[in-house]
Design a binder for this molecule. Structure first.
Ligand code: NCD
Length: 317
């Protein structure tokens, strides 16, 4: 970090990724193109981030997101530091996110942060002198999962427009769905079928600010079976146990939807089934061998798109 920024000034030139709409559609398309080039020519990227460091600050559990960020940085020739458990950080001593962000700016070139409090990565970005990437904030947003989803949809379907997308499960607390709707609402002729129990319907803010304001066609239903025949994408999600106030409600709702092979009888032959993972019970393992199951290919795509994102935010040519 330049000494100037250590004097308490935030770098006005840096880019952060807090919400997926911080990126224009053109920038997202560019990231997808770079990710596809990385897939084709990984050897061209092996030294791109030599001597650069990524800090992963994870105040909430994670397997895929943290490891794919770390793997992405290593594949770019960079290095990684950070913590995967807030109890091993100074947060337990009462340090604020703002102070942690200022501190980590002295040690790294870019931060990926996951936090249970909505808005924490935004606070970090306002205090860090280096780019901050939101790796999931509470029930709010998860922009890099969405970039992963978009690359997956592009690779599986060959397009990001003219799609009927079914989002199924916990649409209330599921941050991946909120970000996915934010991103896909900007492509042409995309329709959403929002499948959830009444208690877990999409939040009012997503319905009004993203769907209605942008004139996006959508329907809400409780029936996965009724929705199935029209879907091009089925985006399954787990019920977000950690965001429930009451364990009884979680137990009552957790198995609302379980995708089993018989439910795919009415599905399109080229349906793409996505899931941000982790899966609990909502997709039977018998589906894994169906060519329409994309969720493990989706995990792999997450590494490539994060490589492209790190390059962009670090302004590496
Ligand atoms: C998701 C998350 O953390 O929001 N997982 C992920 O990052 N791939 C989905 C979830 O936890 O259900």
């Amino acid at each position: 970090m330049p000494y100037y920024f250590a004097k308490g000034r935030v770098n006005p030139m840096k880019r952060d990724l807090i919400d997926v709409t911080d990126l224009s559609v053109e920038e997202i398309d560019e990231l997808i193109a770079v990710a596809e080039d990385i897939i084709e020519h990984p050897e061209d990227y092996r030294e791109k981030c030599r001597y650069k460091k990524l800090a992963t600050l994870f105040y909430e559990p994670s397997t895929r997101t943290r490891l794919s960020f770390e793997s992405a940085m290593y594949e770019l020739g960079g290095q990684v530091l950070g913590f995967s458990d807030a109890t091993s950080s100074s947060a337990t001593k009462g340090e604020s996110v703002a102070d942690t962000a200022k501190t980590v700016s002295c040690f790294a070139d870019i931060i990926a942060m996951r936090h249970p409090k909505e808005g924490a990565p935004l606070v970090a970005s306002m205090n860090a002198s280096i780019p901050v990437i939101n790796a999931g904030d509470g029930g709010h947003h998860h922009p890099t999962q969405t970039l992963t989803d978009l690359l997956t949809i592009k690779r599986e379907k060959g397009r990001l427009d003219n799609l009927v997308i079914g989002c199924c499960g916990d649409l209330k607390f599921g941050r991946t769905v909120h970000s996915l709707i934010g991103a896909m609402s900007r492509y042409q002729n995309v329709k959403f079928v929002l499948i959830s129990p009444d208690e877990l319907r999409i939040p009012e803010s997503v319905r009004t600010d993203l769907l209605e304001r942008n004139g996006i066609e959508f329907v809400e239903t409780t029936s996965l079976e009724e929705a199935m025949p029209q879907l091009d994408i089925l985006y399954m999600t787990r019920v977000q146990r950690e965001r429930f106030f009451n364990e009884d409600d979680y137990v009552r709702l957790k198995d609302s939807y379980i995708l089993t092979p018989d439910k795919l009888n009415t599905a399109k032959w080229d349906l793409a089934i996505l899931h941000p993972l982790p899966r609990v019970n909502e997709i039977s393992i018998a589906i894994d061998s169906d060519p329409r199951a994309c969720y493990f290919r989706q995990v792999l795509n997450g590494k490539f798109i994060r490589m492209a994102l790190i390059l962009k935010l670090l302004e590496v040519e």
